[in-house]
Write a protein that binds this ligand. Structure first.
Ligand SMILES: Cc1ncc(COP(=O)(O)O)c(C=O)c1O
Length: 482
């Protein structure tokens, strides 16, 4: 983010950190990679890390930590109740979001479970939101409520120039609240929309949604898991916030939401999660559930070491150099793919670079899991582990039919400060080769399909011998190269 111009005129991201601890990587042969993806049931979640070269599955719990975070871990106060570590974290969260209460939880989905249990008071309630996240939807559905996605139309258009594609459509929201009085459990606003390309929401939209919710007397719940990247976009793309400090933007979000929850595997580059809020009434309701599901109120399932790292990580999230790294690398990948005419979600968002599998593999229908097939093929030809974000990530309808996803994406996540530019260049190269050979790729079919969150551990098989043909072509083109 430093203001550095290159003499040669190139527009390259420049890291404002240096690497001080490294982990050796292994790139298995293509024969082993084919074996490994077969053993994993063509599901990249089931690959063993020893078979993975660049792990671009997720940023969840995989961000690089800073020297200050590691040092803070050594100061952790290890006690079941009343730990100093908790009070340091609580004070930091009160400072960044300006909210009165903080309740710890073991990770983001635990917060989603608690929010759903407390706020969904009757079956058949509705939860309007910009877009769902897998576990958020699963918890809401489990409580008998229904998710309604009211993202702006452009949010589901893969190729666009609109800066804040994660925004809620305020007109639809207002109408939905009016038409369903008494049936709205809460409104959920997700920063950096995970499933549709990491697209951010604008402060203007957060303000408008907040006002609509307050007039209607409905709780606004803000999922801040992907807030770091979203803050970068607010700061760099929203004119009114160019000169506002990041900490003050976070404070303002704290004033606009009623409940903020987050996965600390993402926000704060540690592991854990928590809920921030002002309402005493809600706090008492949440508080009853924490010792039941998470742990005592001063750790909530987190290790005290991770809590110390989180406290520092939240402070570092207010540093533009830190939050700029991932979006700038993603922007670099998106620009290069676009120059090669390889379909990706634009504009570049946070979290990762998203290949648009529907266009990449236009010959594979969604019923054959277009994005899942692309993720498996990419692993075979590169050892790069991406994540399917498409129909596989949806849950089958009660009548057994397939709910086809709005988008078929393969996410190449950029955990913060983990990969180098030459590794990114390798990914660009192998994806480019795959694109030139895309006709060789076929579809997938389920051989083992779990009922809930099937993408995590479902097993699939190729619908023909396309994988061995892909391997043969790779060998013909690359010879003995890995
Ligand atoms: C937007 C969002 N919300 C919630 C979660 C769940 O967090 P966790 O993985 O810590 O349970 C995630 C995780 O990817 C996420 O991206």
């Amino acid at each position: 983010m430093a203001n550095v111009k290159f003499f040669g005129g190139s527009n390259m991201p420049l890291e404002m950190h240096k690497v001080r601890i490294i982990q050796k990587l292994n790139l298995p042969t293509i024969d082993r990679r084919l074996e490994a993806i077969t053993e994993a049931g063509n599901n990249t979640f089931l690959l063993k890390n020893r078979d993975v070269f660049l792990d671009m599955l997720t940023d969840s719990g995989t961000n690089a930590m800073s020297d200050r975070q590691l040092a803070a871990m050594m100061t952790a106060d290890d006690s079941y109740a009343g730990s100093e570590t908790f009070f340091r974290l609580e004070a930091k969260l009160q400072d960044v979001f300006g909210m009165k209460h903080f309740l710890p939880a073991h990770q983001g989905r635990a917060c989603e479970s608690l929010v759903s249990q407390v706020l969904i008071t009757e079956p058949d309630m509705i939860v309007p939101m910009n877009y769902h996240f897998t576990t958020a939807k699963a918890h809401i559905s489990r409580m008998g409520a229904r998710v309604e996605e009211i993202i702006i139309d452009e949010g589901l258009v893969a190729k666009s120039e609109l800066n804040f594609k994660g925004n809620i459509n305020p007109v639809t929201l207002q109408k939905m609240l009016k038409d369903n009085e008494g049936k709205i459990a809460f409104v959920r606003l997700e920063a950096g929309t995970n499933l549709i390309g990491g697209q951010p929401i604008s402060m203007a939209n957060i303000k408008e949604v907040s006002q609509i919710c307050r007039v209607a007397g409905v709780w606004l719940v803000f999922d801040a898991s992907l807030l770091a990247d979203n803050l970068y976009f607010i700061k760099t793309k929203e004119e009114a916030y160019k000169n506002i400090e990041i900490k003050n933007i976070m404070r303002e979000i704290g004033q606009l939401a009623d409940v903020i929850y987050f996965s600390a595997r993402k926000l704060g580059c540690a592991r854990g999660g928590g809920i921030c809020l002002n309402s005493d009434e809600l706090m008492f309701k949440f508080r009853e559930l924490i010792p039941l599901y998470e742990g005592f109120l001063t750790y909530g399932g987190m290790s005290v070491r991770e809590m110390e790292a989180l406290t520092v990580g939240l402070e570092e999230t207010c540093d533009i150099d830190m939050i700029a790294q991932a979006p700038q690398f993603i922007g670099h990948m998106v620009d290069k793919f676009t120059a090669l005419s390889i379909p990706v979600v634009t504009p570049a968002g946070g979290l990762g670079c998203h290949l648009n599998a529907s266009e990449f593999l236009s010959h594979i229908p969604q019923e054959r899991y277009t994005a899942g097939a692309l993720a498996a093929a990419l692993y075979i030809v590169s050892g790069v582990r991406g994540m399917e974000r498409g129909t596989l990530s949806e849950q089958r309808n009660p009548d057994g039919s397939e709910p086809l996803a709005h988008m078929e994406l393969v996410r190449l996540a950029l955990p913060r400060r983990v990969f180098t530019l030459s590794q990114v260049e390798y990914v660009l190269d192998r994806v480019n080769w795959l694109y030139q050979n895309r006709e060789l790729i076929g579809g997938l079919k389920f051989v083992e399909e779990p009922k809930i969150l099937r993408f995590f551990f479902g097993r699939l098989a190729p619908d023909s011998d396309w994988q061995s043909k892909l391997v043969a072509k790779f060998k013909a083109d690359f010879g003995d190269s890995l």
